[in-house]
Design a protein around this ligand. Structure first.
Ligand SMILES: C[S@@+](CC[C@H](N)C(=O)[O-])C[C@H]1O[C@@H](n2cnc3c(N)ncnc32)[C@H](O)[C@@H]1O
Length: 212
């Protein structure tokens, strides 16, 4: 898999269109761990895929802007939300945008969540910066991704080392005068390797709070 393929909307559109479901339908474990105790407000889920995180947040009372460039994924998320009733569906706004082009409104969201959205260095830092800029004073930035340690394991991951990042890579774009780093971790998670054996993967988890 070449680096261009990983990042183009055609790749993701084709991937979502080729299957009834690509992801588990369950919210990401790091979101559940880090956001369950936050007071609901306005959330942005950047690179929302099929919307499991957006729906989980909406079920907890958040009003969510769920953004992805893959129309097939957004449609799937929207249908799933509708199946849960008008109240949940009404709390989520699905937006088809390219996150390398679209800039979220500044200081708008009480939570900005981006889970496993990977760009190469050069595109990654502006992406992290635009996510951070979208967080309201007192709000939370949560960025989760595949940690470079996964490259050492026999895991099913794109063979593109530039894709992987650490929590410290995210923290590096945050001004310490404005941000309190609450979590910067490489968190082990159970996984299955390419040979079907139990393995350990690592999530880079950055949770930071913009000082009020
Ligand atoms: C690995 S998936 C993760 C989806 C979701 N966050 C989750 O954890 O289930 C990455 C998602 O980012 C989206 N994505 C990648 N590059 C994007 C871009 N430039 N603009 C918008 N969405 C993008 C893809 O379409 C895909 O849905």
């Amino acid at each position: 898999m070449g680096i261009q393929e990983v990042f183009c909307s055609e790749y993701w559109e084709a991937r979502y269109s080729a299957a009834d479901r690509v992801w588990s339908g369950r919210p990401n474990r790091q979101l559940v761990a880090e956001a369950a105790d936050l007071r609901p407000g306005e959330a942005l889920d950047a690179g929302c895929g099929e919307g499991a995180d957006a729906i989980w947040l909406a079920e907890r009372g958040w009003r969510v802007t769920a953004v992805d460039f893959a129309a097939a994924a957004l449609r799937r998320g929207e249908r799933q939300a509708e199946s849960l009733g008008a109240e949940i569906a009404g709390r989520i706004r699905w937006r088809q945008e390219d996150l390398t082009v679209w800039t979220p409104p500044e200081r708008r969201f009480d939570l900005v969540n981006a889970e496993y959205v990977h760009f190469p260095p050069g595109r990654r830092e502006p992406f992290f910066r635009s996510l951070a800029a979208a967080v309201a004073p007192g709000g939370t930035l949560l960025v989760v991704g595949h940690h470079p340690a996964d490259l050492e394991a026999n895991l099913s991951r794109p063979p593109v080392p530039e894709l992987f990042f650490t929590a410290e890579d995210v923290a590096a774009v945050l001004d310490p005068a404005e941000w309190e780093i609450e979590v910067a971790a490489a968190r082990p998670v159970p996984a299955t390797d390419r040979d079907g054996r139990p393995a350990t993967a690592y999530d880079a988890v950055l949770r930071a709070r913009r000082r009020a």
